[in-house]
Design a protein around this ligand. Structure first.
Ligand code: RIB
Length: 305
């Protein structure tokens, strides 16, 4: 596979501790380990698309600090084009992550210079967008930038993917018409649609509502239950491969990057979803964000246990 995927979004340094369980409010726990790991939803999706066969360009901002240097080097190590990754005055984005013994996590992000990715910066790198086949956005950079990038992607006739993460509120109504594939998880689908999402039936109702709002097609990721695809005419449930989870950080990012890479390489939607799901399943068997993302040969060698 070698097709052009452009990811517009965040780069964060993840400060990861493991503890037997997540702390309650006001509580101090003794952690078991600590690591700094390259992450950020945008950068993770770029790494996933690149490891899974696409030619990738990243559009984003890092700070003029040590984390900024590391975050850029991590992308370059995966042969990602970083001409549109700007180094700006200020601190790089960080994510404080606790992972417990059940492989659940809690994350607090501080945007830092991810907030400096303005619509003007997107315009400055318009040639990068023009060269894309697929454009992916998430929500860890300013809303104005995401809206601008989605609409420019639509104007250029690209395949536009929005992973609305993290989302705790409805999206601006005028974004939907620019989105070919909206890929929320259950809580994001609920925040966007205003409907509870906790089963396949409720996911179908939320997907129907999101398509009525203007999204082209919707894929709701359901964790260990797989994902639900909706195209406005029918639904399809894709069960997830069964694996033993170690750390679910970046599983959603791996799915989105893998799905985009497969779509850009000409796979049909069903095969692209299955491919993204295998990649995501492999990622949860390993710790960390970018270090957990598999490459093409891992996915090709995967056999359901
Ligand atoms: O999706 C996982 C990512 O969310 C982490 O890498 C962290 O940086 C946060 O952005």
């Amino acid at each position: 596979m070698s097709a052009k995927v452009v990811v517009i979004g965040s780069l964060n340094m993840d400060l990861v501790t493991r503890a037997s369980r997540l702390p309650r409010g006001g509580e101090t726990l003794i952690g078991e380990s600590f690591a700094t790991v390259s992450g950020g939803k945008g950068a993770n999706q770029a790494v996933a698309a690149a490891r899974l066969g696409a030619q990738v360009s990243m559009v984003g901002c890092v700070g003029n600090d040590a984390y900024g240097v590391e975050l850029r080097e991590a992308l370059l190590a995966d042969r990602i084009d970083c001409q549109a990754v700007s180094t700006v005055d200020g601190a790089s984005g960080v994510a404080l992550i606790v992972v417990d013994d059940n492989s659940q996590n809690a994350i607090v992000i501080v945007a830092g210079v991810n907030g400096a990715l303005t619509p003007e910066v997107i315009d400055r790198f318009d040639a990068v967008l023009q060269a894309a086949e697929v454009i992916i956005c998430q929500l860890e950079v300013p809303d104005a930038t995401v809206g601008h990038a989605l609409k420019r992607g639509r104007e250029l006739g690209k395949t536009v993917i929005l992973n609305p993460a993290p989302a705790s509120r409805p999206l601006p109504a005028d974004w939907y018409a620019a989105i070919d594939y909206l890929i929320p998880n259950e809580s994001e689908a609920s925040a966007l649609s205003g409907l509870p999402v906790d089963s396949l039936a409720t996911a179908e109702a939320a997907a129907t509502r999101l398509i009525a709002m203007g999204a082209g097609k919707v894929i709701i990721t359901l964790g260990a239950q797989g994902s639900l695809f909706a195209n406005g005419k029918s639904f399809e449930h894709f069960p997830a491969p069964k694996v033993k989870a170690v750390d679910t950080t970046a599983a959603g990012d791996t799915f989105v990057g893998g799905f985009a890479a497969a779509l850009a390489a000409g796979k049909n939607e069903g095969d692209a979803i299955r491919f993204g799901q295998v990649a995501a399943a492999l990622s949860v068997t390993r710790a960390g964000a970018q270090p957990s993302i598999p490459d093409l040969s891992d996915v090709q060698a995967f056999k359901t246990p």
